[in-house]
Design a protein around this ligand. Structure first.
Ligand SMILES: O=C(O)C(=O)C[C@]1(C(=O)O)C=C[C@@H](O)C=C1
Length: 293
């Protein structure tokens, strides 16, 4: 079986895949849409992409693609602890404080704002498609005064020297990744389950006073606990939004199904992204991967 993920090798997404789907062949893609397109087209059995980080919030590209383009359901969520390190080419290890440009994924850069503002003030920032892509670029360019923000696995894989560890702004730093697939893979995942969730995307009828209140009431009076609600622009005009809602209950639950029917009956459109378990990543799998190279 094949798992598509945001690559190249040694991204945080790769760690999520390695932890949840250790038996699968891992196929790296350059962008999140490329991963989701691959599972839409059945080129891979599952696609794993980042959804939300504790410090930086939602990955908008993923949320928007799930609403506008993607069809297969979310079958699992994997939460991974995130430790960001600053790394340079070994030739530049002694002079790392002279770094002129720091490369990473925009979310990783945002997670390390205080460090960049303090220790590397004045260095410019280069946004690339992933933390591992940044590590690879720095590895390929020893002639530049460049550094990457990435994980330990990327430092090993691309033979960089870590010059400052744990540079993320706050110690509690986790990212939620989702696995999207048209196959039922749940039974095969051997990680600890922390929650059962259903994710829906709701579009309100236009210009109806109290519509969002009615949507929330449908969950509230059934005592359905929500763990997230977030609006995103519909991209059809200013003031037009859809809402992404996480319900802490199974999609098979009658109360969830009734709530969705009620919300549709008041004129909303509901896209159910999936009912799935949320797992804690097992980072010992990461060690196994690291020794595989
Ligand atoms: O660049 C990576 O390593 C990724 O897996 C992407 C990503 C993200 O999109 O948020 C994942 C986890 C970290 O929060 C930083 C970057």
């Amino acid at each position: 079986m094949k798992a598509g993920y945001l690559g190249p090798k040694a991204t945080f997404t790769d760690i999520a895949v390695q932890s949840a789907f250790p038996w699968m062949e891992r196929i790296p893609f350059e962008t999140i849409p490329d991963c989701l397109d691959a599972v839409n087209a059945n080129q891979v059995d599952v696609a794993v992409v980042p959804l939300e980080n504790t410090l930086e919030g939602s990955v908008h590209l993923t949320v928007d693609y799930l609403y506008h383009e993607s069809n297969p359901p979310i079958v699992a969520e994997i939460t991974v602890p995130i430790q960001q390190h600053l790394m340079v080419h070994p030739e530049n290890q002694e002079s790392w404080r002279e770094t002129e440009k720091v490369f990473s994924h925009p979310h990783a850069i945002a997670q390390c704002h205080k460090f960049l503002h303090g220790d590397l003030r004045g260095a410019s920032v280069g946004q690339v498609t992933s933390t591992a892509a940044a590590a690879k670029y720095v590895s390929d360019h020893p002639e530049l005064k460049a550094a990457a923000i990435a994980n330990e696995l990327a430092a090993e894989k691309y033979q960089l020297s870590i010059v400052k560890r744990n540079i993320h702004d706050l110690p509690y730093n986790h990212t939620r990744f989702i696995a999207v697939s048209s196959q039922t893979l749940q039974k095969e995942i051997k990680l600890n389950v922390s929650h059962i969730k259903t994710t829906v995307m709701v579009t309100l009828p236009s210009d109806r006073a109290g519509a969002l209140h009615q949507v929330l009431s449908a969950f509230a009076w059934r005592s359905l606990n929500l763990s997230k609600i977030e609006s995103r622009p519909l991209k059809t005009g200013l003031g037009n939004y859809f809402f992404m809602i996480d319900i802490l209950a199974n999609s098979e639950n009658l109360l969830v199904q009734n709530a969705i029917q009620e919300i549709e009956a008041i004129g909303c459109t509901v896209k159910v992204l999936g009912g799935y378990a949320s797992y804690e990543a097992d980072l010992t799998a990461r060690k196994a991967y690291s020794s595989m190279g």
